[in-house]
Design a protein around this ligand. Sequence first.
Ligand code: FAD
Ligand code: NAP
Length: 550
Amino acid sequence: MSLLRPRASVPETTSTRELDALIVGAGFSGMYLLHRLRGLGLAARVYERGEDVGGTWYWNRYPGARCDIESVDYSYSFSPELEQEWEWSERYAAQPEILRYAGHVADRFDLRRDIQFGAQVLSAEFDEAAGRWHVRTDLGELIVARYVVLATGCLSAGNVPDLPGRDAFRGETYHTGDWPHDGVDFAGKRVGVLGTGSSAIQSIPLIAEQAAHTVVFQRTPNFSLPAHNRPLTPEFRAEVKRDYPRRREIARYNSGGVTRADPEIGALEVTDEERREIYERQWRAGGLNFASLFNDLRTDRAANETAAEFIRGKIREIVEDARTAELLSPKDYPFGAKRPCVDTGYYATFNREDVQLVDLRTEPIAEITPHGVRTAAAEYEVDCLVYATGFDAMTGAVNAIDIRGRGGESLREAWAAGPRTYLGVGCAGFPNLFLIATVGSPSVLSNMMTSIEQHVDWVADCIGRLRAEGFDTIEATEEAQNEWVAHVNELAAGTLFLDAASWYLGANIPGKPRVFMPYVGGVGVYRELCDRIAAEGYRGFRRTVSAVAA
Ligand code: FAD
Ligand code: NAP
């Protein structure tokens, strides 16, 4: 497995290049950013450790990988021509199709000529005297750039838990976030899947169909909603294309960055019968909209419990074995406090004779043995182990780079007690360094495409204005950053998000500080705030001309 890890040392410099802007990462964020910065006339270049564009969709090739925001919305809106020419085949496109889309965008906007593939950025150091970043890659390249943008992804640094005996396993080992490009044949094999998050829930039904025997190791059950995925009809696609301007406008200003109105009513404001009918209707329609049926599901435990219990009821209906149904039913955290999953046949998979659920709460893993997994109760022999164990989310890929700002200050150290940003785009002490759609912004709580475009546009406009107005640097003030961090925490504290040990909080990684990382205020509110701050001359940022504060 070649999951992103900090490298011990930077290799000797073999070449040097000067740029206006260096972008780390060629996922949807980095690709659009390159397009925008080129449009401003900047010499911009992307550095990507993978061998092609697509980011998430380049790495996560496990069986069943697909989006869970509807494809027609999980797509770029910046080019009406692109919107019109691309045809999504399914309600939730599968990974190969989304990767083809990324490739199409790269071709259409001729992006690859300014992307260095197979290059991992290891360090970035700010030279205060020159006002330039010195960035080094594992290929031995030194790049001197005025601006650095971290488009490194929220879910791009894989988490492989450090279980005793992990490396002694003699069978095949996979991580869903670094899946072999030519696929894996599980036919006739005994497969162990570790984890029951979205990646596991998408892949387990397909792995189980192939494998001789599948053992699912579950630490925490998840709430999963049916996808009811289906092919899109030509009529539907044509209608969406006609309606795109309106759809996108709704997505830009609602809370989740998707094409639906925000709910106006609470779950406890309707009768039990009405509520049940609303839940039933949405269950039949499928998808994540279930989480937004009522406006109090994120804030009121009693309201939330109505949704949680409805889903538990569905699990009991689908899963034939009562004990298995109980184990699969989340009971000790609110629905939505961990990212809900969207599945095709997940719960029904446990009705198969050849699928076994191991509850790690009653029998924790003691060690990985050469032949499988030994828990406190038994040894489960398997030929393949699939780590569906997620990511060092949001901060993992940023902290993997040794970033040094003013006075040699380390970003990793500045973030030791949790990430600190102003507005999710800048960090005090790190001039001309931008983050895209990650900590401190709606990012993972939204349709990421909407949030990525919003951030990229804001950052590109900001750089454009710096240049037009003759500023050399921009940097968040310590005061504005403190206020923003406090605001993000305060908003989260008013929700049920803090009641689950989620990756939003860093709770999936031993030793990681528990800080709620995304901004829960919603996409539309956040966009308006960002726009206002820009209109007020980048309030909370300090812009300088040759080291003189403006
Ligand atoms: P990424 O796509 O993660 O791209 C970041 C890139 O940066 C990667 O290619 C990585 O290799 C590169 N990189 C990182 N560090 C370095 C370095 N030091 N040097 C060089 N390169 C580096 N979001 C949704 O809104 N809807 C969905 O349905 C959805 N489904 C998802 C399914 C899966 C399986 C996963 C894992 C995530 C999903 N997401 C979804 C979130 C998804 O990550 C975003 O939607 C989006 O693709 C992120 O794009 P990005 O460009 O910001 O980051
Ligand atoms: P995840 O949600 O973090 O799930 C990881 C799973 O591994 C959890 O069940 C976790 O258990 C388990 N785990 C981790 N460490 C463990 C350990 N030491 N021992 C036992 N179990 C362990 O990761 P993911 O499934 O890859 O999904 C991450 C995010 O990516 C999603 O939340 C979503 O945002 C996105 N995603 C989206 C889709 C989609 O449908 N479009 C698909 C995949 C991913 P605990 O819960 O107990 O920690």
